[in-house]
Design a protein around this ligand. Structure first.
Ligand code: FES
Length: 112
């Protein structure tokens, strides 16, 4: 099974974690199933940006983002070329390294 290395995040996952994920699972589901409490305000229907992750390794193995995902990502805090909405990014057969950005759009509004 492919592995996802989740990089440390100060609040959600201070130590980082390595998880094994069956192909065909979304990154968001995989994190939640492994006790990593990534935000998912719209309940994984591609209508928010709170599940934003940056795929540091293995980005090209993922399914292509749909237009709606791209549009939402434009509004995400800390957008990078390898950003994805984790509820829309489906794990294939390759290992991934994933970073959860420091803020979601909700936090960004409060703090800046
Ligand atoms: S949980 Fe809302 S877009 Fe992924």
């Amino acid at each position: 099974m492919p592995k996802i290395t989740v990089l440390p995040h100060a609040e959600i996952l201070p130590q980082g974690k390595e998880i094994e994920v069956p192909p065909g699972t979304s990154i968001c589901e995989a994190l939640l199933e492994n006790g990593i409490k990534i935000e998912h305000a719209c309940d994984m229907v591609c209508a928010c940006t709170t599940c934003h992750v940056i795929v540091r390794k293995g980005y090209d193995s993922l399914n292509e983002p749909e237009e709606q995902e791209e549009d939402l990502l434009d509004k995400a805090w800390g957008l990078e070329p390898q950003s994805r909405l984790s509820c829309q990014a489906i794990v294939a057969r390759e290992d991934l390294t994933v970073e959860i950005p420091k803020y979601t759009i909700n936090h960004a509004k409060e703090n800046h």
